[in-house]
Design a protein around this ligand. Structure first.
Ligand code: HEM
Length: 208
């Protein structure tokens, strides 16, 4: 009987550990796709088959799914009890003695992500400027999460997992480059105030 209980609890612990690792990796993929879709909708890309609101809706829903996966990731790591990580360690960066730096990055990324999601939910109340300022944190959240996964993950040494990280990094790099090019093009197209008809130039002379 006692042996049976021990075997069952060992299997449970193993299942929790697998779940913690799998949910972390799936959350990483979801976060990547969420960031890419956010950029796609900001750039304003759309086609006849893929309207802009589709990118926006998917971006929003995937971010919530990502949060659910992170909740599972954290809950299973805390419940596993194999390493000294408590609930507070999930929200206070660099508190746990276990792989302090790398796990601390995970806690930092989690805080940033929650800030981004909460301000998005309150967007109407806090105004577009404040929302946008906080939303920029999403860009910081992604590389911090990548470093967390690479540094603390058991599976980092596995080839397929390394490939997954490379694909995620490639997707975000292409999307960010696209965003920068689009921002540069938009800046070139927008005429300076002094060049606008009927506006005063810096010299004080009203332009025709
Ligand atoms: C933005 C939120 C987070 C994401 C996307 C994320 C993602 C990941 C990923 C991808 C891994 C590597 C999994 C593997 O190699 O098997 C990992 C590992 C790990 N994460 Fe997170 N994580 C996040 C937040 C957290 C938080 C807040 C904690 C603190 C409780 C945490 C604790 C850990 C631990 C202890 C590991 C090592 C697990 C192992 O033994 O492989 N993570 N995480």
């Amino acid at each position: 009987m006692t042996v049976g209980v021990l075997v069952a609890s060992a299997q449970n612990a193993r299942a929790l550990w697998y779940l913690a690792r799998a949910s972390g990796l799936v959350a990483m993929v979801l976060l990547t796709v969420t960031v890419v879709l956010g950029i796609v909708s900001t750039v304003g890309w759309a086609s006849a088959r893929w309207p802009r609101f589709a990118s926006q809706a998917l971006h929003r829903n995937l971010s919530l799914l990502c949060l659910a996966l992170i909740a599972i990731h954290v809950a299973t790591i805390v419940a596993d009890g194999y390493v000294p990580i408590g609930v507070l360690d999930a929200v206070v960066p660099f508190r746990t003695p276990y792989r302090r730096f790398w796990v601390g990055l995970g806690a930092g990324a989690f805080d940033l992500l929650v800030a981004v999601l909460v301000t998005s939910a309150l967007r109407r109340h806090i105004g577009h400027r404040a929302w946008r300022a906080v939303h920029w944190l999403a860009y910081a959240c992604w590389p911090i999460t990548l470093a967390h996964g690479l540094g603390s993950g058991t599976d980092t040494r596995l080839g397929p997992v390394q490939l997954l990280y490379v694909v995620c990094a490639g997707m975000v790099a292409v999307a960010v480059a696209w965003r920068l090019v689009a921002a540069g093009t938009a800046a070139k197209r927008t005429p300076r105030p002094s060049a606008l008809p009927g506006r005063h130039s810096r010299t004080g002379v009203r332009t025709p």
